[in-house]
Design a binder for this molecule. Structure first.
Ligand SMILES: Cc1cc2nc3c(=O)[nH]c(=O)nc-3n(C[C@H](O)[C@H](O)[C@H](O)COP(=O)(O)OP(=O)(O)OC[C@H]3O[C@@H](n4cnc5c(N)ncnc54)[C@H](O)[C@@H]3O)c2cc1C
Length: 465
């Protein structure tokens, strides 16, 4: 890392990189302690002194790009250390500086891959649930949440086939904006959610190749030459960029279960704008939701760009010829198949007024017994964040029933520490400090005595005269 950074940024570049790491480390530690592990149920939750004290250190009012520009002086490294904001579907020119914590986690904690693919995380959670007596009903869409006669309490759900299931509590994990708009009665709040800024969408390719592509490593990021313009195309125009940046993952490079022997599987994520609603879409090219033809053209353009860019930059040859099977997701299929509002793959945006107490709450504001969990609820998007949010929602549900949290009071094992592992804190004052303080104190005392005796003498003189 040192050599690579110094090559681009000069001798002092590595120290600046370490300073960037220090700042992003703080962003990470504060965010985990003060945001990820806490619920924000009202404006008052944000007024906690412990949180306010740290707010400015999180740099929420500056963009990641402008923060990174303080530490990296070449455009190349500014791009390298800011592209990560796309992991939560935001432009580096808009995402709050706080989110440099994403780059930090990659550098400090590494990139984790669940063997067998991401679904193995779901499978593991299912096993835990089953052990505890949970019954899962898969492929059973819900068409509405049942409310009591006053519309003040959730009492169950109605399935798409008409079956009704009653419940003491309903927790919605489907996309929150979709749920407010489709599973609950429409309100001014649900309409306001529709107008909030959202993350981008993607054209995603899942490719089976008939051979290995050795020029590709596990994680490959290809950045557009016209970096800022490519984000403007996505976030301002809601289009596929003229020259897209994209992420290409080869899971079979590290996971033999991801492809047959001697072959590769590839996942490509090309970020594009989200779907426009009917009003916004009129008169615009690109993501016109009415035009299927447009979609085909954009998918073809994305595929062609990925092949051409990979071949030009890595030296790989004839990728199109090696492709034997393809699955594609587009903004329209993210919406139709996964019920993601506007096809925005990472939910609501994470701009300042869409996070903390401004993000939709994990508990419905006026309907009792109705909770939310997932990307568009607090704390936000991404699998680890959603799982942290699941814990917060579970705590809130248990609190509602006056039940104890089973994970509370669990010991951390610190009592088993050996002497050699004991933390030694330095005394607040060293011997030198104590001596210096004693001398200063003695001098002050002496000066005070001299001053008060001269005052007494002066008073005597005045009295006598
Ligand atoms: C292409 C892509 C790549 C990503 N890569 C990463 C990554 O590398 N790392 C990472 O941490 N995050 C990644 N993410 C983000 C991550 O997948 C999401 O943030 C996360 O899955 C959101 O969790 P969720 O529970 O809110 O929603 P989901 O995981 O979408 O779960 C919502 C569930 O609700 C169900 N549902 C919807 N409507 C209904 C209904 N009416 N009735 C019943 N069920 C319904 C859906 O079928 C779905 O199972 C990626 C996302 C995408 C799209």
């Amino acid at each position: 890392m040192k050599t690579a950074i110094e090559e681009r940024e000069g001798k002092a570049g590595f120290e600046r990189y370490l300073s960037f790491l220090q700042e992003s480390h703080r962003h990470y530690e504060i965010s985990v302690a003060q945001v990820l592990k806490r619920n924000f149920t009202s404006l008052r939750s944000m007024m906690r002194p412990a949180f306010l004290r740290h707010l400015l250190a999180l740099h929420p009012f500056e963009s990641i790009y402008s923060r990174a520009s303080r530490y990296f002086w070449t455009e190349r490294l500014r791009r390298v250390f800011t592209f990560g904001s796309m992991y939560m579907g935001m432009s580096p020119f808009d995402a709050p500086g706080t989110y440099s914590l994403l780059q930090y986690t990659e550098l400090a904690e590494g990139i984790w891959y669940p063997r067998g693919g991401f679904h193995s995380v779901v499978a593991a959670l299912v096993r835990v649930g089953e052990r505890m007596g949970v019954k899962y009903r898969l492929s059973t869409p819900i068409s509405s949440v049942e409310l009591d006669a006053q519309g003040k309490r959730a009492v169950g759900v109605t399935l798409e086939d008409g079956e009704r299931i009653s419940a003491d509590v309903v927790i919605i994990n489907a996309d929150l904006v979709y749920a407010y708009s489709n599973l609950l009665p429409q309100t001014s709040y649900s309409r306001s959610l529709q107008r909030r800024s959202t993350s981008c969408s993607s054209i995603s390719f899942y490719w089976a190749m008939d051979r290995k592509i050795p020029e590709l490593t596990t994680h490959n990021i290809f950045l557009a030459e016209h970096y800022r313009e490519s984000f403007d195309d996505i976030f301002k125009e809601q289009l596929i960029p003229k020259e897209p940046s994209f992420y290409l993952n080869v899971p079979s490079r590290i996971d033999p279960t991801a492809a047959p022997e001697g072959k590769d599987s590839i996942v490509v994520l090309v970020p594009v704008g989200h779907l426009l609603d009917e009003n916004q879409g009129i008169g615009r090219k690109g993501l016109d939701v009415q035009s299927k033809q447009d979609w085909d053209a954009m998918v073809a353009k994305a595929r062609q760009t990925v092949f051409a860019t990979v071949e030009a930059r890595t030296g790989a040859r004839n990728l199109q010829g090696a492709l034997v099977k393809e699955i594609v997701n587009t903004p329209q299929s993210w919406k139709d198949v996964f019920n993601l509002d506007k096809g925005a793959i990472l939910g609501l945006s994470h701009s300042f007024f869409n996070v903390l107490c401004f993000r939709p709450k994990t508990k419905h504001p006026s309907i009792e017994g109705l909770h939310f969990v997932g990307a568009s609820a607090h704390p936000g998007t991404g699998v680890p964040i959603v799982l942290a949010g699941a814990k917060l929602t579970s705590e809130q549900v248990l609190e509602g029933f006056g039940m104890e949290k089973p994970w509370q009071g669990k010991t951390t094992g610190k009592q088993d520490l050996r002497e050699i592992d004991r933390v030694h804190t330095l005394p607040l004052l060293s011997n030198i400090h104590i001596v210096v303080l004693a001398v200063v104190f003695a001098v002050c005392l002496l000066l005070y005595r001299i001053r008060s005796s001269s005052c007494v003498n002066l008073a005597d003189i005045i009295d006598r005269s």
